[in-house]
Design a protein around this ligand. Structure first.
Ligand code: TXA
Ligand code: MG
Length: 318
């Protein structure tokens, strides 16, 4: 059920049920972050592996502080520049946080999402919200309330309507558990922007081998549509698939060999932010065409293009 009033969302969450909430990145599947039973439902509904920890959301750093969670100086610098926004901080856990949130890890991931309705909701709750993306484990993250309602509507308390997500990619995750800040997941905030504010390079070594991930959710197979997806140009795949049976997710230009209605062009202007915002919905639409193959462009490997390439590479692993 889609609801429009965040006061109702608060009432449902206070009863220990799940509510899908809008954020600027993707919709989250939220539960009271202090209620182990509510959090257990998140794992069950998503069919999420128990070893994959959750992000805690609230509306200010002061509130996290009141729950015993403190950011080191480097993280504070980034929070000042970018929070609320598409960045998640992994920091030492406090005893107030149930182990089920962190899947037993000694660190916890926290984020202040930049969505006006959800910020008001978070401000009226006495607890943080534990929330992974509001999709079944292994499938594409939702960027509209309708996406969530189609997949999970029957299984959860409600979906809070908040419009289309403005960023469209999950948050960038940085760990502050070691000396040098470590990038765990590419996301909606570019590493260029982060490194500029930090005045130093991030440690990126944990991104390379994503089969043995530091962010345990970064399993290499993820975001998988039903239709096989491959990276490149339609011409690269003509030996395997007729043009009439291909869908194409392109950056800025239509492909002359394919039917126009089989093509999803993410930004005619060639703007990476716009492309990121439309990516997940385009993967869903391409999948719904029910063709034999989805071909997706390789995007420029800079700014949000890196995160787009990361998500497409995962979608291609099936
Ligand atoms: O933008 C986002 O981050 C969205 C919205 C809803 O906030 N949430 C999201 O959650 O993408 P999820 O669960 O789909 O991805 C969270 C990632 C997982 O890869 C998880 O392994 C990692 O964060 N993570 C959570 N806690 C962690 C921790 N203590 N240490 C390392 N990684 C952690
Ligand atoms: Mg997810």
């Amino acid at each position: 059920m889609i609801i429009h009033d965040y006061h109702n969302a608060a009432a449902i969450l206070n009863q220990g049920q799940l509510v899908a909430i809008p954020t600027e990145t993707v919709y989250g599947l939220a539960a009271n972050g202090f209620d182990g039973n509510a959090i257990a439902q998140i794992y069950e509904v998503k069919n999420r592996p128990q070893f994959n920890p959750l992000i805690l959301h609230s509306n200010s750093l002061e509130r996290f502080k009141s729950w015993g969670i403190h950011l080191p100086d480097e993280a504070l610098k980034l929070a000042q520049a970018f929070s609320p926004g598409p960045i998640t901080f992994v920091v030492p856990k406090s005893d107030t946080i149930p182990d089920i949130v962190t899947a037993g890890h000694s660190s916890v991931a926290i984020r202040i999402p930049n969505h006006p309705t959800t910020l008001k909701l978070l401000a009226m709750l006495n607890f943080p919200l534990a929330a992974p993306s509001a999709n079944l484990s292994g499938t594409v993250s939702p960027t509209t309330a309708q996406h969530v309602n189609n997949q999970l509507g029957e299984l959860i308390g409600a979906v809070l309507e908040g419009g289309e997500c403005e960023i469209g990619l999950e948050s960038t995750i940085i760990s502050f558990v070691n000396e040098q800040p470590q990038l765990l997941r590419l996301g909606g905030l570019s590493i260029e922007a982060i490194e500029e504010v930090l005045g130093m390079a991030l440690d990126k070594s944990k991104l390379i081998n994503n089969d043995n991930p530091e962010a345990p959710g970064m399993l290499s197979k993820h975001y998988a549509p039903n239709t096989p997806l491959r990276i490149g140009k339609p011409e690269d795949f003509i030996e395997f698939c007729d043009y009439t049976q291909m869908a194409y997710i392109g950056f800025n230009n239509l492909n002359p060999n394919l039917k126009e209605e089989h093509q999803l062009i993410l930004s005619e202007q060639g703007n990476l932010e716009e492309a990121a915002q439309k990516l997940f919905a385009a993967i869903r639409q391409a999948d719904a065409l029910n063709l034999k193959l989805i071909v997706a462009d390789y995007f420029p490997d800079e700014h949000l293009g890196r995160a787009i390439n990361d998500r497409l590479a995962r979608a291609a692993k099936n």
